[in-house]
Design a protein around this ligand. Structure first.
Ligand SMILES: [Ca+2]
Ligand SMILES: [Ca+2]
Ligand SMILES: [Ca+2]
Ligand SMILES: [Ca+2]
Length: 325
């Protein structure tokens, strides 16, 4: 009896990992919602530029059509943040083709220059559409060959740009890269990444969210910048060589930043930036923005499924690091 319960548990947890693997944000991140405000909101609501860009990475081996599904793309009813009356409009645009990711403006944090590079494949504007409240809208199908080939990530990339084009409310939403039009079925080996996250923190102070910037072999120093954190707890950085380094968070309507050196062993791994909320006072409905740059001022991508896995601190690397100081 007990052994069957155990086997059932293993199967269930394995299934859960697969089925949530390509939700954006993904399971290990434990971020409840992405967030984009209408462009008439004050940035003090937690969104500095009313725009979010995400990239979906399809592995070279996958050739069947894919769908990009959005949960709660509307701005009314459940999940969304009301400011006065609901009067916000948000556009979702999907790009593929040459330059959709490799264009440098598309890899920046601000919606300026040629950030809408590539070919516009699909577009929809959402407002107070109760049809999509607490429900899904599906873009696609897209043929993987419509994406841009990116040698560095050995796959094809699609871009989605989400912009608040009117109003002052907060659109909260999630996404899923699916092989199916009407259900969420993960694309094996796929991933998603962004160069800046705008998102809603949990309301429960016991919940810890994570982002996983990938440190390539050119990275010497990194600088994390965060906006409108409302002094909600702290950021704790864990890596294969870092046991738990504390980093700055910003106040209301402010940016703050912190710079540190990358050490031996951290190249070609992800950092685990643990976003630990304040226990008291509890901060509710906290919307925040974060990005991480290297010494060349280039942004490090956050992959929803961390490259190389969730980093675990290895005692040996830490000891060697200290001995060489
Ligand atoms: Ca409003
Ligand atoms: Ca809603
Ligand atoms: Ca929404
Ligand atoms: Ca905030």
């Amino acid at each position: 009896m007990r052994i069957w319960t155990l086997i059932g548990f293993i199967l269930l947890t394995g299934y859960a990992r697969i089925s949530f693997a390509q939700q954006v944000p993904a399971g290990d991140e434990n971020i409840p919602f992405l967030m984009t405000f209408g462009n008439k909101a004050e940035p003090s609501w937690g969104d500095d530029d009313f725009c979010q860009t995400f990239f979906f990475l399809i592995p070279e081996s996958y050739n069947d059509p894919v769908y990009i599904r959005i949960f709660d793309p509307d701005i009314t009813g459940e999940h969304d943040e009301l400011n006065g009356i609901f009067d916000t409009e948000t556009t979702f645009e999907i790009y593929g083709g040459e330059k959709c990711q490799s264009e440098l403006d598309a890899q920046e944090t601000e919606p300026t220059g040629n950030y809408k590079s590539g070919d516009l494949l699909s577009f929809k504007s959402f407002g107070q559409d109760s049809k999509y409240d607490n429900d899904w809208y599906t873009f696609g199908p897209f043929n993987p060959t419509e994406g841009e080939w990116v040698e560095k990530w050995i796959g094809r990339v699609f871009k989605i740009i989400i912009e608040g084009v009117d109003g002052d409310d907060g659109n909260l939403y999630r996404m899923f890269l699916s092989t199916e039009q009407n259900t969420n079925k993960a694309v094996e080996g796929a991933n998603a990444f962004a160069y800046e996250y705008s998102f809603r923190m949990h309301n429960n102070p016991a919940e810890v969210s994570h982002i996983y910037p990938f440190v390539d072999d050119r990275t010497v120093t990194v600088r994390q910048s965060n906006f409108d954190w409302d002094n909600d707890g702290l950021i704790r950085i864990v890596s294969v060589a870092r046991k738990g380094q504390l980093s700055n968070v910003s106040g209301d309507d402010l940016w703050d930043e912190d710079q540190f050196q990358i050490v031996e062993g951290e190249h070609n791994t992800s950092l685990d930036m643990q976003l630990i909320k304040s226990k008291s006072p509890a901060v509710r409905n906290n919307n925040v923005v974060i990005n991480v740059r290297n010494q060349y001022n280039e942004l490090l991508p956050f992959f929803v499924i961390p490259l190389g896995g969730v980093p675990q601190y290895k005692y040996n690397i830490g000891v060697r690091k200290q001995a060489s100081k």
